[in-house]
Ligand binder design. Structure first.
Ligand code: NAD
Length: 390
């Protein structure tokens, strides 16, 4: 298959491109390097050094003999997007290319507007380009479990059968997201479902849980193939951040009581889920949704798991929650679609956590301790670190 990976320079896009290439697919990646620019803006960096995309692509050719084609451009530029798709002629487009940090979207007006403009308009341009170039292209789009929030009923895979006043219909599952970033994903899901319904496009929306881990069999083949590992309070996902805090002897920073429960997934399963979705496409006109997570844990359980596995002393510090979220709630998610396609999940294990301790030990001198304190406040429209007017 010819597969175009949007956001192919990112934490997940790069290892996914390698996995698909390793499985024999013809792969191209596109990126505008926005993620590298956020590092400069926030004064943070990946714990593990990452090479420029050109170096990564050359290294992959050296170790695997496989070529990955590269495009540089912005999905918000509609002409670029359509020309790239016309040029590569993919069977499948995997769309990772969005601003993906909830705290970043909550800094102030400028960051909220940027996030929704970048994500919603970029995704719309992809939908229009598919319709124009070849409506049979399968769109595999990364959404998030955060679209659903924490409703007091079971979370189904995207759709809900509703009976109201004696009549029944299959409706999109109601969403209650927790940030302007998560809202951008909800808007994307609605736009994609609409495009499937009116133009007959085919799409798979993957509502992904919080990803942990840093290595896949392909990135491990050469240090130049490494993917990012973020630990700061804006971009660091929870388990990755706790691992680094443990290694540094820094308390694990749990927000609120830590009772908030989230779906999680190992990075090796992320890349495999994308392969499974791509190789088993949705039908024309179908808006297919999978909940791409394998287990759920409360934040406090994650902190305790990390602390129990670390060989040294680990403290847990309960901070006032900067976010507005329930910390005691019902959470029961249906996630059978990808398992039915053949996913054999890696569940959170001591081996994985120990290997992450190793990565953190190796690069701990690169850590900026101050970057781990949360500075973005949900309860005000302008966080202390706002950059409005600057
Ligand atoms: P990331 O920021 O590392 O990667 C996204 C990439 O897209 C970056 O390289 C960025 O430069 C690029 N990009 C952003 N806007 C672009 C644009 N307009 N044009 C071209 N390129 C653009 O993020 P990630 O952690 O790899 O996440 C990838 C996707 O998966 C995101 O859509 C995210 O919402 C989703 N997701 C991630 C997680 C997680 O835990 N990391 C969890 C759930 C969902």
């Amino acid at each position: 298959m010819r597969i175009l990976v949007l956001g192919g320079d990112g934490y997940l896009g790069w290892p996914t491109a390698l996995h698909l290439s390793d499985c024999g697919h013809e792969v191209a990646v596109v990126d505008n390097f926005a993620r590298r620019a956020y590092d400069h803006e926030m004064g943070v960096r990946s714990l593990v050094p990452v090479e420029p995309l050109q170096v990564r692509v050359d290294a992959w050719r050296e170790v695997s003999g496989q070529d990955i084609k590269m495009y540089y451009g912005d999905l918000v530029d509609a002409d670029f997007t359509v020309e790239m798709i016309r040029d590569f002629r993919p069977d499948t487009i995997v769309h990772f290319a969005e601003q993906r940090a909830a705290p970043y979207s909550m800094i102030d007006r400028k960051h909220a507007v940027y996030t929704q403009h970048n994500n919603v308009i970029g995704n719309l341009n992809v939908l229009f380009a598919i319709e124009e170039v070849d409506p049979s292209i399968h769109l595999v789009k990364l959404g998030t479990m955060g679209e659903y929030g924490t409703p007091n009923i079971d979370i189904e895979e995207g759709w809900l059968e509703v009976t109201h006043k004696g009549r029944t219909d299959r409706m999109l599952y109601p969403k209650k997201p927790g940030s302007f970033y998560h809202l951008s994903k909800v808007h994307d899901s609605h736009n994609i479902e609409f495009a499937c319904r009116i133009w007959g496009l085919r799409a798979t929306d993957l509502n992904q849980g919080v990803v942990y881990g840093q290595e896949t069999p392909q990135t491990a083949r050469d240090p130049r193939l490494a993917t990012r590992f973020d630990y700061d309070a804006i971009f660091g996902t929870v388990l990755n951040r706790f691992v680094i805090q443990a290694v540094l002897g820094h308390p694990l920073t749990v927000y609120g009581t830590g009772g908030q429960t989230r779906g999680v997934i190992d990075i090796r399963d992320t890349v495999e889920c994308i392969r499974l979705a791509a190789e088993n496409p949705a039908d024309p006109g179908e808006f297919r949704v999978f909940n791409q997570m394998t287990e759920s844990f409360s934040v406090e359980e994650i902190a305790k798991t990390v602390a129990n596995n670390y060989h040294g002393t680990v403290e847990v510090e309960y901070l006032e929650n900067p976010r507005v979220e329930q910390d005691q709630h019902y959470y029961n998610v249906v996630h059978t679609g990808l398992v039915d396609l053949g996913l054999d999940p890696h569940l959170l294990s001591n081996t994985l956590i120990n290997s992450l301790f190793g990565v953190a030990e190796q690069f701990k001198d690169r850590v900026d301790l101050a970057a781990m304190r949360p500075t973005v406040q949900w309860r005000t429209a302008a966080s202390p670190m706002r950059t409005e007017g600057s």
